[in-house]
Design a protein around this ligand. Structure first.
Ligand code: ADP
Ligand code: MG
Length: 232
């Protein structure tokens, strides 16, 4: 019960964050601009190198925030689309393949033969899957395996995303989804918050099981809607 209360509180902060997100992008951009401006002044080469490194770091930061937060950055009205779960999983996996390859991660995909449909915003669902997949890949040093398994249980679709990465402590699991909670040097701590709120808006659930030093499994459960639901 306590866990649920905490999650509900976290979700309330999302709308506030949507308003402040431009801040999160503007600050590093302003910093980058300042240092780029300094590049054209009369400074030693070593200082010039330092300034350009800082500018690049700040630009990377802005990109990361946008990457994790993209769907909330623009206040689009909530559209409800018919989502082919298979298709969207395939698409999200394709997006993270370059990252996986760079990291030496092998992705094992196991999808159902039949197409199942849920409802929500395709783009947001994409964002959610990508954020979770990215975290799984980033949690593994090299030669790790990422298993994505889709199954059908109790009239719902279950998606398991399992990695062999560093895992999380109980304290980290408790803080998951909290804005700005990150253990990464270049992390935004926005990815999971975004993912939780997207799945909630789709009337689904996210469950996490993790063992520190062993790996993590995220489980998404989504309601299914039959074809005729969308034809009316
Ligand atoms: P970021 O990736 O920018 O740190 P997220 O909100 O995506 O922000 O994730 C928050 C934190 O949750 C991560 O920094 C990490 O500590 C933890 N985390 C999320 N997914 C995993 C995972 N698959 N394995 C280990 N830790 C994870
Ligand atoms: Mg992340």
């Amino acid at each position: 019960v306590l866990q649920k209360l905490i999650k509900a509180e976290k979700l309330q902060t999302v709308s506030h964050l949507a308003a402040s997100i431009s801040h999160e992008v503007r600050n590093p951009l302003t910093a980058a601009r300042g240092f780029i401006q300094l590049l054209s002044s009369d400074i030693p080469d070593r200082t010039r190198k330092q300034y350009s490194d800082i500018a690049l770091k700040e630009l990377d930061r802005a990109t990361e925030v946008i990457n994790d937060y993209l769907t909330f950055a623009k206040p689009a009205p909530d559209r409800v689309e018919k989502i082919n779960i298979n298709e969207e999983i395939q698409h999200a996996v394709n997006v993270v393949i370059p990252l996986a390859t760079m990291n030496g991660t092998e992705i094992k995909l196991s999808l159902l033969d039949k197409d199942y449909f849920t409802k929500g915003e395709k783009k947001k669902f994409q964002q959610c899957l990508i954020n979770i997949l990215k975290n799984s890949i980033e949690s593994m040093k090299s030669n790790g395996e990422l298993k994505l398994t889709q199954s059908f249980t109790d009239g719902k679709i279950k998606i398991d995303i399992e990695d062999e990465g560093i895992g999380m402590t109980q304290e980290q699991i408790n803080r998951l989804g909290e804005p700005y909670f990150t253990t990464k040097e270049k992390g935004t701590g926005l990815g999971m918050m975004v993912s939780y709120s997207i799945i909630k808006s789709m009337n689904g659930t996210i469950h996490v099981e993790s063992e520190y030093g062993k790996g993590t499994c995220f489980t998404l459960i989504l309601p299914i809607f039959q074809n005729d639901y969308f034809n009316n």
